[in-house]
Unconditional design. Structure first.
Length: 200
């Protein structure tokens, strides 16, 4: 019987398999390291690009904030200018209003009565006066309701009192100034000039 010693042959195969395993393991490690390096480089590149983009956005945001602040300042200045313009226009429109109102009150005032106080708040005028009869007060209210410059007279109070042993009637009434139309603005100025001339 022939005996064959297979131990060296098995040893050779085992060593070959170990070498193959070592080579495969080394190749796998190298491949894994390469993949990790490529992935890390890609991620790092993306992070750097995002950081640069964020920096550009921050710079743009700062510039926009500055422009927004400038626009807000301009809007505030425009608003202040418009308010001043409105005040000037109101003064221009109302500069002769007091003269016209006083002139109109004096024209509509019946005989036998006089005014003690005239107060204006916006478009409302409060008038206090004394009349010798209630009929004079009623006449004043009718005259004011037909006025070209005044409207909506409202008698607030009327009461009796003695002045120099004579019975008189103290009254308080409110009347509104008519809002002048565009066509009436020249008439207001003319009326004021006429009133001033008449006073002279």
């Amino acid at each position: 019987m022939i005996r064959v010693n297979l131990l060296p042959h098995r040893q050779v195969k085992r060593e070959a398999r170990q070498r193959e395993f070592g080579l495969m393991a080394g190749f796998s490690v190298i491949l894994a390291a390469f993949i990790i390096f490529v992935g890390w480089s890609y991620i790092e590149n993306q992070v750097e690009r995002q950081v640069e983009r964020n920096k550009r956005l921050d710079v743009a945001i700062v510039a926009l904030d500055k422009e927004i602040a400038e626009i807000k300042d301009l809007k505030d200045q425009i608003s202040a200018m418009l308010e001043r313009k409105q005040v000037v226009e109101n003064l221009q429109d109302n500069r002769s209003q007091a003269v016209v109102v006083l002139d109109e009150l004096s024209r509509q005032l019946p005989e036998g009565m006089y005014l003690r106080s005239i107060k204006q708040q916006g478009g409302l005028i409060s008038v206090e006066g004394v009349a010798d009869t209630n009929a004079r007060v009623a006449t004043l209210v009718r005259n004011l309701s037909k006025s070209s410059w005044l409207e909506s007279p409202n008698l607030v109070e009327i009461s009796s009192l003695l002045i120099n042993n004579l019975k008189q009637n103290a009254f308080t009434l409110n009347v509104r100034i008519k809002a002048p139309k565009a066509s009436d603005e020249g008439a207001v100025g003319a009326a004021a000039k006429n009133s001033l001339k008449g006073g002279n």
